[in-house]
Write a protein that binds this ligand. Sequence first.
Ligand code: HEC
Ligand code: HEC
Ligand code: HEC
Ligand code: HEC
Length: 215
Amino acid sequence: MTSSSKKDLTLAALAAVFLILAAVFLTDALGRPKLPAPLPLVDTNFLSTATVRRSYADLVKAKDDLSDFDCYTCHEKGKAPPLRYDSRQNLIVAKEHADVVMGHGSHGRNNNCFNCHNETNLELLQSRDGRQLRFSDSPQLCGSCHGPTYRDWETGVHGRTGGYWNRTGEPTDRKACVNCHDPHSPHFPGRHPAPGPHGLHETADAPSTQPETHR
Ligand code: HEC
Ligand code: HEC
Ligand code: HEC
Ligand code: HEC
């Protein structure tokens, strides 16, 4: 074989290979690679920055309905409402206060209304060290029994601080204890965790995670 016919043969073989590849490509003979599953949209619930509760102070600021705090539309001034207990020494809450579901502490240790409300003036709270506090100052009430948590909260370690970092300029916004804890049943219920970053363990129909509960 001469060197030029060897070259022709090689070129012809190469051309044939490329033609076959072109045909495979154009006819999709090997199929297309599977597209990744579409990224699921995040539940808008995770985008809300609202706290789980609105405090008395929030209601005042928003000029909302404050009738729940108008104790003396029903109670008589200067007369402490009587506390009633069942045979097992559990406090019976009046049906007018159906939204007050007591469960403060693992054994309801702090269920007595007058540990917090002033029996002689229902519109005030009373701390263990005898201070009379308005409803809008409730963190100080909580702090009278939960000193360490209160100090964490004051320094911004517990709870949520928003607004501006520069304390000398614009104001910071520190959420009150009752923005997150129901004062009557303060255990913080579990929440659905927000989804992790995309791509780790993703399948199109991954089951949603259950909220974590501590009890
Ligand atoms: C819609 C009417 C109404 C309003 C408003 C109201 N109460 Fe009462 N509350 C009652 C009734 C009725 C009872 C039953 C006790 C009684 O016989 O006096 C009661 C009982 C209580 C008791 C005793 C525990 C119990 O559940 O029986 C406390 C403490 C109390 N109220 C605190 C308050 C405070 C504090 C406020 C305001 C922040 C308030 N109440 C507002 C109607 C009301
Ligand atoms: C008179 C004292 C007193 C006051 C005031 C008080 N607490 Fe408590 N708190 C307790 C006791 C006692 C426990 C139970 C501790 C335990 O069971 O080990 C408790 C438990 C708790 C818990 C843990 C709940 C759980 O079930 O695990 C939270 C959260 C809490 N309090 C938040 C608050 C908040 C918020 C306030 C203010 C609205 C407040 N407390 C006011 C005495 C108090
Ligand atoms: C650990 C302290 C604590 C105890 C114990 C407590 N409260 Fe309260 N309560 C508060 C605080 C703080 C608020 C105001 C919360 C806010 O700003 O949203 C409040 C709000 C209320 C309100 C007005 C808002 C609403 O939820 O209707 C009523 C009525 C009330 N409490 C009744 C009672 C009664 C009745 C008891 C006893 C069965 C009781 N509380 C026990 C701390 C307490
Ligand atoms: C922004 C929300 C938020 C605010 C504001 C907040 N807490 Fe909490 N708190 C939580 C969460 C979340 C937990 C953890 C619950 C869990 O692990 O089950 C918690 C736990 C606690 C506990 C349980 C004991 C512990 O250390 O685990 C206490 C007591 C408590 N908080 C008291 C307070 C008091 C008092 C204030 C106000 C001075 C306050 N919290 C403000 C969200 C908040």
